[in-house]
Design a protein around this ligand. Sequence first.
Ligand SMILES: O=C1O[C@H](COP(=O)(O)O)[C@@H](O)[C@H](O)[C@H]1O
Length: 223
Amino acid sequence: MELVEYPDRDLMMLALADRLASELAEALRHHDRVSLSVPGGTTPGPVFDVLSEQALDWDRVAVVLNDERWVPEDSPRSNTGLLKKRLLVSKASAATLIPLYAEAPAPEDKIGALAEGLAPHLPLSVLLLGMGADMHTASLFPGADNLAAALAADAPPLMAMRAEGAGEPRITLTAPVLTGAMSTHILITGAEKRAAIERAAHLPVHEAPVRCVLGQATVHWAE
Ligand SMILES: O=C1O[C@H](COP(=O)(O)O)[C@@H](O)[C@H](O)[C@H]1O
């Protein structure tokens, strides 16, 4: 894993947004349509604020979350809600959102249709991931019901996931989609996550699911 340490969070968010924009621009030079996958949660908002202002051919960019909590979009827990407020605004409002949520009682009710919508946008051109202190990435949580199947080489692109630490049911991109991305970045902050990602490099992947992408990822960290 390549680790980039920044003197502070503000600088990191600016530099990372710039890097993602350059990679998207490069991908757009070679392909008609490109895809960007991003995390939800509490960390990436400031990157989204900067990225959404970048001059890119956003109308040729498809944006998909790494994972979604099975809650309606107006829930404060909705990653889609965050994306719509912080990334798919300003210049980036021209991008196409590939949904990972549709109104239904459970992810299994909609997973087929959501996977069909995702398929034309794979492999991912640019992948930004987050990580929890428990070493989950996307919704690949240690101890989750479908973790082994989602880490398998023949996993379908999208799977439902339930885990003790996850709160509500989830839907997540699986390991083959994450490891198939053309470019992979992980954004983390704080001492606890720094220690966790260093520990993850020495643990089996079912204990530290983020390990499935560590070999190919650039990790961006600031205190
Ligand atoms: O639940 C989630 O957690 C991770 C990490 O989130 P953070 O709040 O610690 O930044 C996130 O990457 C994932 O997309 C999200 O659904």
